[in-house]
Design a protein. Structure first.
Length: 124
């Protein structure tokens, strides 16, 4: 998710959606359940993050961390929603409290480090 957020934030919506679809499909193939669920939700997440390319300050490290945090929350919620519509019932509060929110904190922190490394290496 962190690589997807940084890539979509730097490259824009269509490339972000494409990378999200690829990453999500690979995750679906690895887990083997509800094929296409992660492909769809990560594609949407990559597209939405990519929309922020022109409106947010790309030089601010906190923006990347906050984007990764919010993108993880959004993608997790989309996963729960689409999974619920597909017949996979998982408790929403338990899903957010035990899995999605801690993952969002982790991804946001990791994005701060990853984006600072990327910017320090001359990323454009």
């Amino acid at each position: 998710m962190v690589i997807l957020v940084i890539y979509a934030f730097r490259q824009g919506a269509p490339p972000g959606a494409a990378l999200g679809f690829i990453y999500g499909l690979l995750e679906d193939l690895y887990t083997g359940r509800l094929l296409g669920l992660n492909a769809l939700t990560k594609m949407i997440t990559g597209y939405v993050v990519g929309l922020s390319t022109d409106s947010l300050n790309q030089d601010n490290l906190l923006v990347a961390g906050l984007l990764a945090f919010l993108a993880t929350l959004g993608q997790g919620g989309l996963n729960l929603l689409v999974g619920h519509l597909a017949g996979w019932h998982y408790p929403w509060l338990d899903g957010y409290g035990r899995v999605i929110f801690p993952m969002a904190v982790y991804n946001g922190s990791l994005a701060l480090l990853g984006y600072s490394f990327y910017k320090g290496r001359g990323g454009k």
